[in-house]
Design a protein around this ligand. Structure first.
Ligand code: ADP
Ligand code: MG
Length: 398
């Protein structure tokens, strides 16, 4: 396997790429000037038709890394599906389709369809009749359409598996294999994943041809700029401690994570009742409800989003100012996923974890896994939050 270590030292502009004016203009309109390391490594190779395994942390710009080559190589006069992106969740599918649509802003003949479970079949069928060249889908619903003869994949020349580790972990291995096998053998297969795992490697081994491996380490360069705090708390005090932070009025767009649907719903209801501008996202909500919550949060119609890990997976909302871990996550890797919601694309972010005494062992595990060294905070007996290292008040003005 060819190993490409992306070189972060020389940030390169998009203009140096051999790509169309339409896409260059769209990228400029999106406000991007320099390529991220994963983009610099992936775009030229993908445009040469190579198979790729990209291992990169969240927030490193993977969507454009595969989206730009996809738009360069789509034939606009051909009404067959030529390019297919698979991803684990409906939110992610919608988000990728949105980003591709932005990239295709100046290519009006490009038609992009998004297909996921939980949405009306007929609406999607009508969409497919408009002959999209590019389809973004979750595996289960796509198979459904394939089996009903609503979509054919025999003209696919580029296929992307995004968040492959997560998708395969969610039990989609068989579905993903079936879908890959329905595309022509010579198609380009590009995989992106935050981690490698045996399923990812199996798919690579079975279906890729001497893939280029692009590895982006979570270095200071790519690691989002997030200041992490841990607050000594107790189960009973967490809610009051959370309100202390919210009442500081420092954070206008906040995500709060809980471990269970039940806790998520209860915390959200409690905040709403107390007059906070909050809403929640968890797996028990209907799809239409989840879409609306996401849209409202993106548009700033409310300030505080309370969510479970699964519901928030991969979601990209710009300028979340603070992430709060009401509970420490059950799984170590979720910690980085969670705090990665803030500090996107080199903006500064902040995260708080409320840790009860019973959670201190978990905390050590999580921090070790994440390689994180957060700043410790504690409340004094007057209820003022202070830095443990020097006793300085956390909010000097409060
Ligand atoms: P990933 O899939 O690696 O988690 P995304 O593709 O969702 O990352 O991108 C993360 C954020 O960075 C998005 O808000 C995206 O619009 C932004 N972004 C992508 N490429 C660039 C770039 N070259 N310069 C600045 N911001 C970028
Ligand atoms: Mg992504």
């Amino acid at each position: 396997m060819a190993l490409t270590e992306a070189s972060p030292q020389t940030p390169a502009g998009f203009a140096g790429l051999d790509i169309s004016q339409e896409v260059l203009r769209a990228v400029a309109r999106m406000g991007f000037t320099q390529m991220t390391p994963v983009q610099a490594a992936c775009i030229p190779r993908m445009m040469q038709g190579e198979d790729i395994i990209g291992i990169a942390p969240t927030g490193t710009g993977k969507t454009c890394a595969f989206g730009i080559p996809m738009l360069e190589y789509v034939s606009l006069t051909d009404g067959r599906v030529q390019e297919l992106v698979l991803c684990p969740t409906r939110e992610l599918a919608q988000q990728i389709a949105d980003e591709l649509t932005q990239l295709a802003r100046f290519i009006p003949e490009a038609r992009i369809s998004v297909i996921y479970g939980g949405q009306n079949m007929n609406k999607q069928i009508a969409n497919l009749r408009r002959k999209p060249q590019i389809v973004v889908a979750t595996p289960g619903r796509l198979l459904d359409h394939m089996q009903r003869g609503n979509i054919r994949l025999d003209a696919v020349h580029t296929m992307v598996l995004d968040e492959a580790d997560e998708m395969l972990k969610m039990g989609f291995v068989k579905d993903v294999c079936k879908i890959i096998e329905s595309t022509p053998t010579g198609r380009q297969l590009v995989m992106f994943s935050a981690t490698t795992n045996p399923d990812v490697m199996t798919i690579a081994w079975k279906y890729q041809q001497s893939p280029a491996e692009i590895v982006i380490e979570a270095t200071a360069e790519t690691r989002p700029n997030i200041t992490q705090y841990v607050i000594d708390s107790t189960r009973a005090d967490k809610y009051e401690h959370l309100l202390y932070l919210l009442d500081s009025d420092q954070y206008k767009r906040v995500m709060i994570f809980c471990n269970t649907k039940d806790m998520t719903a209860r915390l959200c209801a409690r905040l709403q009742k107390a007059g906070y501008s909050a809403d929640c996202l968890h797996g028990d909500l209907r799809q239409s409800g989840r879409d609306k919550v996401m849209q409202d949060f993106r548009k700033g119609r409310f300030e505080i989003l309370v969510s479970t890990d699964v519901a928030a997976r991969g979601i990209d909302v710009d300028d979340v100012e603070a992430v709060m871990n009401f509970d420490l996550p059950d799984k170590n890797e979720y910690y980085l996923h969670r705090i990665g919601r803030t500090g996107r694309a080199k903006r500064a972010g902040i995260s708080f974890s409320f840790v009860s005494y019973a959670e201190t062992v978990r905390l050590d595990e999580v921090l070790k896994y994440a390689g994180a060294q957060p700043v410790g905070l504690a409340f004094d007996s007057f209820g003022t939050l202070r830095r443990k290292a020097d006793d300085a008040p956390f909010f000097a003005h409060v």
